[in-house]
Write a protein that binds this ligand. Sequence first.
Ligand code: ADP
Length: 181
Amino acid sequence: MSLPSPLNARLVWLTGLSGAGKSTLAQALQQQLREAGRPSVLLDGDRLRQGLCADLDFSPQGRRENLRRAAELSRLLLEQGQLVIAAFISPLRSDRAMVRDIGGAPYFVEVFVRCPLAVCQARDVKGLYKKANSGQIAQFTGISAPYEAPDTPALMLDTEAASVQACSTALLDHVLQGGSR
Ligand code: ADP
């Protein structure tokens, strides 16, 4: 099925370390879009791993398959003109390139949710860094698995330096203006 005009349909893809702020900003964006009369669909990596991707591990192959499913799901939604917000660590450039290819390059808006590892560890929102550092979780991004920052994201949000409010406003502005992809 061919994709509709990219005017409405968009895949806003938030990538960054665990604890960088992807879910927080994705939820804020969805809420602000709703208030602006623009419905959207939110796909959160943590949530997909509870169901659709519960059979996958965190090996490079498991992560790639997780992202392939997320991208194919996004594609189905894009074909129906939906604005999709996706929050996934998606640590590898090659896997994000796959997502862009499946979703359709004109629709893909790569947003780098930037936050230094030390700050993410200090936040440790879900207690995962503590577990990863004590060896209870293997292949944890930033600790025992790589994170490759985007070279040329459409938008970079620095959640160490800027508040949730400032970052979510910048994100909303970018999406509403149909910003550069
Ligand atoms: P992720 O989805 O990337 O794993 P979360 O959104 O679950 O991260 O957690 C990010 C944490 O960082 C939250 O507790 C949030 O309140 C905090 N935080 C502090 N500053 C920011 C910011 N500018 N943007 C997003 N989150 C922030």
